[in-house]
Design a protein around this ligand. Sequence first.
Ligand SMILES: [Ca+2]
Length: 318
Amino acid sequence: MHFILKLIFSVYILILMSCVDVNKKKISNNTNEKYYKIESIKEVDIISEAIELYGSSKMIFIKGGTFIFGNDNGLDREKPEQEVTIQSFLIDKNLVTVNDFRNFVISTNYKTEAEKFGNAIVFIDSINNWQLIDGASWEYPLGDSNLIALNNHPVTQVSWNDALAYCKFCNKTLPTEVQWEYAASERGQKKNQLFYWGNDLVINNKYMCNTWASGYPHSIGFKDGFKYTSPIRYYGANSLGIFDMAGNVWEWCYNWYLPYTASKQIFPTELQGKAQRGGSFLCNPNYCHGFRLSARSATSPESSLFHVGFRCVKNIAN
Ligand SMILES: [Ca+2]
């Protein structure tokens, strides 16, 4: 058991680097696929079930369509751009909050993987590095029992497996990267910009999302008002009404983190895990710049980190 915990810790440290993108090593996973297979699906009409869900469950209906997925001007992992047709779906307007997750835990007696392991990964500012911290969990993301997670903040320290369990309980699932990027970019309309609001992180001296906001790696910056997570909806929504689609926390996606096509071998195929989108309070334009619309990251599915959360989608059956 001790060996397993050490192994998991080493995986955490390697992948954490969602924002410190250096020296990534091979991480095993359970997929035999080499590339992210993107299926083009014909748009379908809204079904009555979807309309009911939209009206009652804080989800936004995203009408299907065709858009340019990926970014030829981004990092290698975001290339190549390709035209993708996507089916209509529903997406949570907000990140899943601590309060949402607490209700799920109360209803199901669910135990997260971090709670089973007894620890999770936290970035320690004073040593400028990541550590496996005993007691860190969705309820106490920093591992300090005096610092309970705030109800209206996004839940963190939940693994991909935990996130999917929550989604299934709600009869939902996690978004694919295509769905996430389509929704974040306002159905592809903002794909010529870095962010859904434009190209500048700061407008009129106001930070447009919760990110590093200082010079990494000196210390976690909080010129934007938040050192760690920020309350959901604090920074506004895109034109589709979806909040926190940039910064705050990385968001788990359903699919594995794989190259978009077989044509580009420059992708870091040695890094494998479940994809994440949106960037976090640890992202900095000088490093991963992870809060761009096309930015990607990944973590192994059993990993729990204090800057990773999620939202759900509901696929609409044909
Ligand atoms: Ca911040």
